[in-house]
Design a protein around this ligand. Structure first.
Ligand SMILES: Cc1cc2nc3c(=O)[nH]c(=O)nc-3n(C[C@H](O)[C@H](O)[C@H](O)COP(=O)(O)OP(=O)(O)OC[C@H]3O[C@@H](n4cnc5c(N)ncnc54)[C@H](O)[C@@H]3O)c2cc1C
Length: 412
């Protein structure tokens, strides 16, 4: 299975880099622009570089790998640090610095954290218009910073805000943007960012490169990359920058902030019990809630269960839902469609419960129970309770021997 996916990925990568329509289209556009006497993106970029070298005392293009840190009132989104770990890897391969960009005075306290998560430099931009977040000032500030320091790669989380900002920036910078990447890498020959994401409804993995436009931009969903280990006391350069923001260009003003009602967070969950169409009704999700509660986990779902209206969209896992990587993932009454796998196959231990022993979910599962979920799940709950009582483990605490539990339930 793993090998099949790998070769699929390699094939689609070869397809995308062998002169796909997108790149040919862009090259043609560059030629048409040149024929009309207009400056091409490449020339604009070069002109900016020259201007900046003149105005910034000969400052050279940094060529760095940047992560735009998403923060709200001084609290960073976990995906920013996940990306910082990946940026460090990519920058290492390119032989450049990984850097974090933090916007807004409320994010000042995050610089040290960015260094601990792998940044070698932090660009800190403060301006009254940058707190709280709205698109225009953030886009203006980041675009100018990118033009000045010329990173070769800019990464953002594929969150609501990250998507909003990345698309606006890419438009301003006349460059490409690959949204929702599931894998990043460096092409060893071309030294370009390989941006892999599902395409054609998740049936193929496409690897996209941006050879003619810079910077190369990508968004990555939370949970795709692991959180790197923070290196306490790590040091690096902090670059204070004064962003130029044209207030006339700010079209949106935040009048009031109304937070969403608190939702269960799948992103940071260590145990997820996910249910699919096999559950048959919203009421039957109570079974999964019971198991999740005993294991200190949360309940997730396949799209089929969400589309049936049995559970909220926030619980959906997969290509058009959330990407998760818990320690323990239960797929209950879920067939294992590729779009579902895209969001959960990075989990450490996958347990599948399905009454069809041929279901594809068993191919990615570490433990499989071919049986009726309405019999298996109550048995599991009972077994978990019994073992916790024996071990004196309180509800929600870890410390369960999952393999032994599965073994026992399989025999009963
Ligand atoms: C563009 C696109 C994006 C998509 N994005 C997502 C996404 O983000 N997430 C997602 O999940 N899907 C997504 N899908 C849908 C995906 O293709 C599948 O249709 C969906 O995952 C199926 O959900 P399911 O496994 O719950 O249902 P089914 O495929 O119907 O599987 C139900 C399973 O339950 C089992 N079952 C039935 N009764 C029992 C029982 N009593 N005990 C045990 N097992 C039982 C059956 O054997 C079966 O394997 C997307 C599709 C498209 C085209």
């Amino acid at each position: 299975m793993a090998e099949n996916k790998k070769s699929q990925r390699e094939k689609s990568a070869a397809g995308a880099s062998a002169g796909g329509g997108k790149n040919t289209g862009l090259a043609a556009r560059e030629k048409r622009a040149a024929a009309r006497g207009k400056s091409t993106n490449k020339e604009k970029w070069a002109a900016t570089a020259e201007e900046k070298q003149a105005t910034a005392g000969g400052k050279r293009a940094s060529g760095e790998v940047w992560v735009v840190v998403e923060q709200e009132k001084g609290r960073a989104e976990r995906v920013s640090w996940e990306l910082m770990g990946e940026a460090r890897e990519l920058a290492g391969e390119l032989g450049v610095r990984p850097a974090a960009v933090i916007l807004g005075a409320s994010g000042r306290g995050l610089a040290a954290q960015a260094l601990e998560y792998g940044a070698a430099a932090v660009y800190l931009a403060e301006h009254p218009a940058l707190d709280p977040y709205t698109n225009d000032p953030h886009c203006q500030a980041l675009t100018k910073l990118a033009q000045e320091y010329q990173p070769q790669v800019i990464l953002l989380g594929a969150t609501t805000r990250g998507r909003d900002l990345a698309s606006a920036m890419a438009t301003e910078l006349s460059t490409g943007l690959t949204a929702d990447c599931t894998e990043l890498g460096i092409d060893p020959e071309k030294r370009l960012l390989r941006q892999t994401r599902p395409a054609f409804g998740g049936n193929v993995m496409a690897t996209i490169i941006t050879p003619k436009h810079h910077p190369q931009m990508a968004t990555v969903r939370p949970g795709v990359f692991p959180l790197p280990e923070a290196q306490a006391g790590a040091s690096g350069e902090i670059v204070a920058v004064a962003p130029e923001i044209d207030s006339a260009g700010i079209k949106v003003k935040q009048l009031q902030f109304v937070p969403n009602p608190p939702e269960v967070s799948l992103g940071g969950a260590r145990v997820i019990v996910a249910g699919g169409r096999g559950l048959r009704s919203a009421a039957n999700f109570a079974l999964l809630e019971e198991l999740a509660a005993e294991l200190g986990g949360v309940v997730g779902a396949s799209r089929a269960a969400v589309d049936a209206g049995w559970i909220s969209h926030q619980r959906q896992i997969g290509q058009t839902g959330q990407t998760v990587r818990p320690v323990l993932y239960f797929a209950v009454g879920i067939s294992g469609a590729i779009q579902h796998l895209a969001g959960m196959q990075q989990s450490d231990i996958i347990v599948a419960i399905n009454n069809n022993s041929e279901a594809p979910i068993f191919e990615v599962a570490d433990f499989g129970i071919a049986g009726d979920l309405f019999q298996v799940v109550p048995l599991l709950v009972e077994e978990v309770r019994r073992r916790k009582e024996e071990a004196g483990v309180a509800a929600g605490e870890a410390g369960l021997d999952v393999a032994a539990i599965m073994d026992r339930v399989g025999r009963e």
